[in-house]
Design a protein around this ligand. Sequence first.
Ligand SMILES: [Fe+2]
Length: 239
Amino acid sequence: MIKIPGYLRPPAHTQPAYIDPRYASTVKRGPRQAPILLPHTISEITGPVFGWDDIKETDYDLTKQHEGEPLGERIIVTGRVVDEFGRPVRHTLVEVWQANAAGRYRHKVDQHHAPLDPNFTGCGRTITDADGCYKFVSIKPGAYPWKNHPNAWRPQHIHISLFGPSFCTRLVTQMYFPGDPLLDCDPMFLSIPSEAARRRLISALDWETTVPDQALGYRFDIVLRGRDATPREEPKGHP
Ligand SMILES: [Fe+2]
């Protein structure tokens, strides 16, 4: 029988605790008992993860989903999705969702005092190319208040979901912007224990993708779990 390797588990001390009192809602929803580690099954490792036939080519551009253009500072977000061994994660689904420039989501739960933008829904998706690269065009999301503690404000951020090659590798994360003063007082950001891991969630201003007179570029590379097997070095001279 062929043994198909599963996927690596996250290294210790890189993931937030399930319960962090500074991030108030985790106290109610976090598990109080240690999770049971289940081995990956063959259907999780090899099964299909999503259908992307119906993804339109324009889905990556959140500024072109309505009659008019949304208000706000134009941004271009690009990056490369790789596994832990630096190999590109090709043809994988990347989805984003975000608040508008005023910091409001188009969602019935978000009723805080900020305007909706009729030309902005705030959702996009795309597929990585053969080199694992992706691109989104959008507007910079605004900071918004939340009810975690008195006068709590979330830093500007974009939510990102990636399925990767398998359900075992799905990652839901947030991308932040460099120099945001709210990062240092955001319990969600600070719940990540490692300073290095926190830094990896902050995008970098990117002059390579900045378009003069149009949009600032931000770079955000993403690493997904690799296979739980020793990577094989390519023989010398192999293309
Ligand atoms: Fe958010």
